[in-house]
Every structure is written in C-alpha cells, then in structure tokens.
Design a protein. Structure first.
Length: 233
C-alpha cells in the first residue's frame, strides 16, 4: 500500500454525526467494502470516493488513514474468524476441528480479496484487530497440535505450514472466481490430505521458522525487493 507509515487510529467521535455526515460515512463504507472485496487492500481510495459520491477529502475526514478504513470494514469478519476457530478448538475430533477452522478461514478469503490480504500479510493493526488476529492464530495452532497429538496430522509438519494453505488459496480463488467460485474447496481438501499422517512421505525441505513466516508476510504486503522498510532486520 502506498500510504505508510500509519499514524495511530483516530479516537471515536464524542458526538453523534450529523445526518448528512452519517450518510457520507455509510456510503464510503459501502463503496469501500465492494472495492476492497474485488481489488484487495490496495483498492483506490479515489475510486471509493467516486463510488460513494463524495470528495476524497470527505473520505479522509472520516478515515484519516487507509488502515482506519480497513479496521472499520474487517473487525466483524475477524470476530467471525475467532468464533470459527473457537468452535474448532472445542471439537473432540481434532481432525474435524482442523478442517472446520481451515474451511471457514478459506471461505472468508474466497468472499473477500481484502480479507485475504489482511490475514496473509503482517500489517500494523491497532490493538483490537491485532488481538483478534493473534487469538485466531494461537487457537489455530492449538487445533493443529491437538490433531497431531491424536496421530491424524503428520509429525513432520508445524503450524507454520498452514501459511502455505492461506497463501496458495489466494491464487486459486483469484483464478477461478468467475469460472468455478467454489473450486477453492477442492484445492483446500487436496492440501488437507497432504497434512494427514497416513501414507505420508518424507518432506524434502525443513519447515519455515515463525520468524521466516513473519518476514514472508511482510514481503507479501510489500513485494518490492528494494524496499528498506520491508527488509530491515
């Protein structure tokens, strides 16, 4: 995205918005939801303003940063993800829980390109959203380990390998969106079979370390190899 670094999130307004200001805000949110779902987190804010029928300055009055708008749009979806992984963690059958977690995560990805960007890139989210993302990842790792302890998930994989599912789903979803919108489920279940312990073959490379996953997520968010902000140690 082109508007980093992000300043702190603005404080919530003390007074209710005037009716015209509230209409503008609602129009901006609706236009942004559509644009971000189709184009991802890099969707043009000028395009959002045009679709909402407001000036770009009006967008920035309501949402001073792109991240502020992102968090407005995706707090509810992050809460859905946390609920899904909590449901998965509560299942006695750990494999069923693991599949439920990834199925719901990939379904949210498939519905919204920006949501995929949000969960697959390491963004400087504010406290509430970061807590929800961290909780989903921690519970997801717990579900993964439970399936491993039950002997269903192969012993030579780690929770970091789940990142491959998330990253690869993006290309499948994008390529098949207008051809076979649910083809991502076939890809997901092919990958899930790769996690199963029965009939597993030795893997040719070691798993990524958590720090390597974090660095890869930063590169996904900003792929410019020369970008010092992304590649600093």
């Amino acid at each position: 995205m082109n508007d980093r670094p992000f300043p702190p999130a603005p404080a919530a307004p003390v007074k209710p918005l005037r009716r015209d200001a509230q209409r503008n805000r609602d129009a901006i949110v609706a236009a942004a939801r559509e644009a971000f779902a189709q184009q991802g987190l890099d969707a043009s804010l000028e395009g959002v303003a045009r679709q909402a029928g407001v000036a770009i300055g009006t967008v920035y009055r309501h949402f001073p940063t792109r991240l502020a708008l992102v968090e407005e749009l995706f707090t509810a979806k992050l809460a859905e993800l946390v609920t899904a992984v909590e449901e998965a963690a509560a299942m006695d059958d750990a494999w069923q829980g693991f599949c439920h977690y990834l199925e719901r995560l990939c379904e949210l990805q498939a519905c919204d390109r920006a949501f995929h960007d949000l969960v697959s890139a390491k963004l400087p989210l504010h406290v509430l959203s970061r807590e929800m993302v961290d909780r989903a990842r921690e519970l997801g790792a717990q579900v993964f380990r439970a399936a491993q302890e039950q002997g269903i998930v192969r012993a030579d994989v780690t929770p970091e390998d789940v990142a491959f599912v998330i990253w690869s789903q993006a290309g499948i979803i994008q390529a098949t969106r207008n051809v076979a919108p649910r083809a991502w489920r076939r890809h997901l279940h092919l990958m899930l079979d790769g996690f199963r312990a029965d009939c597993a073959h030795p893997l040719p490379e070691p798993p990524l370390a958590p720090r390597q996953v974090d660095k890869a997520m930063v590169i996904i968010e900003c792929p410019e190899q020369e970008c010092p902000e992304c590649h600093e140690e």
